[in-house]
Structure formats: structure tokens, C-alpha cells
Design a protein around this ligand. Sequence first.
Ligand code: MN
Ligand code: MN
Length: 371
Amino acid sequence: MFAHNQPAAGGDPSFMNNVPDPLLSDKELPSFKFELEKSPAKVDGGNTAREASVAQLPISKGLAGVSMQLEPGAMRELHWHATAAEWAYVTRGRVRTTVIAPGGAAETNDFEPGDVWYFPRGHAHMLECLGDEPCHFILIFDNGYFSEFGTFSISDWIGHTPAPLLAKNFGLPESTFKNFPKSEVYFGKGAIPPEPAAPPLAGHNPGPLTHKYRLLEDEPKVNNRGGKLWLVDSTNFPIATTVTGAVLELEPGAMRELHWHPNADEWQYVLQGSCSVTLFGAKGRYRIETLTQGDVGYMPQGYGHSIENVGKGKCRVLIGFNAGIYEDIDLTEWIAGNPVDVLATNFNQPVAVFEKFPRQDVFISDGKEQK
Ligand code: MN
Ligand code: MN
């Protein structure tokens, strides 16, 4: 459905796409489902982190994710990721972030449910809970091999650096660092942050592009009887050059129709409800799995798939793509774009059969026969 008029940014280097992935070359498609919220967490008081990477879900080579909750007064300490950019969606509570870019530009933002952030690979950042309610957010990384081993925390670094070196670095007495933590803090704990945020030591120096986007404040890109789609990529969130994100909402019985993405892998997290996800992998390979709230799904680049709400209520799925420009081809628009005689020959059917087919992209089907 969506067209683009500029070259795709991000995604895998093209050479990777030319080498068959052994995991995807077997007779059967591997599982594309992981029950993230039922998996073991890193727990520290009311702070939790659960990870979905290739270690938990081997098919998910292009994208990883983390589900994180912070309690009031807690922060995910200052850190950076050596191997991935970070895209996030806030589901509950409020969050404050500060991110530092090369050159020293720094931005502090406050987030509410439905808001998104994006931090380019390697840029330093922190996340903290705002206010007196816990917060929860889903982090998406544009590298399935992302892990905490590629995450560099400030306390871990400073705690392992000799005091004389730190003294020289900052031009301060060695004793300054005597009571600093000796190992990684990961979850810091302190007072509930002030509002508005205190100014940085260096004073305000924001960069040219914001790291914050209010996704659910947008008009949905798709809004029909079957559901809605909110989507943000680098065309309206310019800093997010390697990740596109979306929230798909399906009414009971509705489905995101059969489609594929020419330029990106897809990472799914079920926010609400349950859905049946199908994956087509050529050579007759087809796999169906049911995902419920808190589960993760993964669709490799170029593989056909669909998402159908099989629950009683609405189903909402958070979706991340490892490309800065959104692209898809839907089955209905593919069929509608072809001359009917071509379709008749391809399927060995009378031309009249195709006169009844949709004349335009369906995107989300409400599950009812067209009139
Ligand atoms: Mn991070
Ligand atoms: Mn898709």
C-alpha cells in the first residue's frame, strides 16, 4: 500500500541478503514466536528487563527487543549500545530520557503512553521513571544480535578505571571517586526526578533533530472498519533513519492482509489481545502461530505474512522494522495491479472470477464479504 520515492535507509547490508540464511533454508520454517513476558527477567526490586534476541528467538537476526519496567525513582543508568540503535514505545506511566550525540548536543524529553523515542547507534542515553507510578516500555533494536554484552554502562566503566586515571581525566582529586560504585549499577535508584528537568551541567545545547515522536497523537495512516494503523518512519521522524515503527489495531475477526516488506524484517510485540500470525517461506513452507499479549513474533525480510485478530476484543500489535522508510506490497494490490487475462491464465480460472476481486489495496480486512 505504501509507496516511497527515496532510497531505503538502514536494513541489512545488501551482501547479507544474497547469502542464504541456513536457519531459513531447512524443509520447515523455524518458529517465529517467543513468549517474552513469560520469560525470565533481570529483576531488581520493582525494576525488570526481559530480552528477546537471537539467543531466545533464533530467527530474529535483524531485530531484538526488550520489555522494561521501572519503579518510581528508578533509572536505567547512563549507557550506550555499541551494536544497535534503540527505538522505544511507552505503554504505561511516564519516562524521561537524556541522549548525547557526538559533538555534545544533548536532549532531555518526557514521554507518555503512545510516545516513541529513537537513539542512533552508539549515542549515550539514560531512561528514568517520572512521577510516582511505575512505567513500562518496549525497546526495539535494529540488530538481532543485540545483547547486554554490547551495552556499555557508565558505572561499569568508571568502576573499573584506576582512580589516578579518573583524577587526571577530570582534573579532580582521586578521593572524589572513592565512594563511586565498583561494578555496574544498571538500575539506579534515587529521588523522583524534578519537573521540569534540571538543566545539564553544560547548559542547554539541543541538536537539530528531536528524538521524540508522539505516535498515537497522529491521525492513523489507515482507518477502516477492520482497524487502524499508526506508523512513523524517517519521513516524519527524520532522526529515525534505521527503524520504522507502527501500532496495528484490529477489530475482532479483522486481519492485516497477506503482504510482505521488500526492504525490512518485522518484529512484533502483542500489546493487547491475541492474533493468529501466518508466515509463507516459499517451497510450500507455511507456518501459523498464535500470539497473545506479551508475545513476540518475527517475519524475515521479503517473507509473506498476515496477522488476524482471533480474540474477542481488540488486538493491538506493536511492530518494528529495520529500515528508515516503510515499504510493503499487499496481496490485494498485487492482484489488482495485474491485467485480468494474466490472472485468468495464472490461476486457470475464467476472467469473470477476477471481476469480483478488490480494485484497490485492502490493507486491513474486516473479515466480511465485500458487497
Ligand atoms: Mn539503551
Ligand atoms: Mn508486515
